[in-house]
Design a protein around this ligand. Structure first.
Ligand code: SF4
Ligand code: SF4
Length: 135
């Protein structure tokens, strides 16, 4: 039996868009914190991964969109592997990045990258960065 924590009418359009884009049911998260405990980038994040998903659960998607955490997430999948509820948090992070760039454009415009750095950085990292930081 499916238990609705929030009636559909009370769920914001932004919440629904995050769930649609990520394919994840964010309400499945019960805030155990295992994702944050295993995240290798948690030390530099302004919000822990479980806090980001909590914001989405509460309909505070705007706050999640302004967090640096969505950009620091390295999509390493550690949290997804640890989550006892099967929440694929990297997909939620990706959906939030897409939403943020849909509004504000590229997070890191390619023309702002120094040519010398582009010549030195590993190609795979550059291509991966374009996928993550450009719209
Ligand atoms: S590990 Fe899963 S259930 Fe636990 S806080 Fe993170 S997303 Fe939520
Ligand atoms: S996918 Fe992102 S949020 Fe999850 S453990 Fe890796 S860096 Fe942290």
């Amino acid at each position: 039996m499916k238990v609705a924590l929030l009636p559909e009418g009370l769920r914001s359009r932004l919440q629904q868009r995050v769930e649609e884009a990520s394919g994840q049911n964010v309400l499945a998260c019960y805030q155990c914190g295992k994702c944050s405990a295993g995240c290798p980038v948690a030390g530099v994040m302004d919000l822990l991964p479980n806090q980001v998903i909590r914001l989405v659960q509460l309909g505070l998607v705007e706050e999640a969109l302004t967090s640096q955490t969505i950009w620091y997430c390295a999509a390493c999948l550690t949290c997804a592997a640890r989550c006892p509820k099967g929440v694929d948090l990297p997909r939620v992070m990706e959906a939030l990045r897409e939403l943020a760039m849909e509004r504000s454009g590229d997070h890191l415009p390619p023309d702002r990258l120094p040519a010398e750095a582009l010549a030195e950085w590993p190609q795979q990292a550059v291509i991966g960065g374009f996928r993550k930081y450009t719209w």
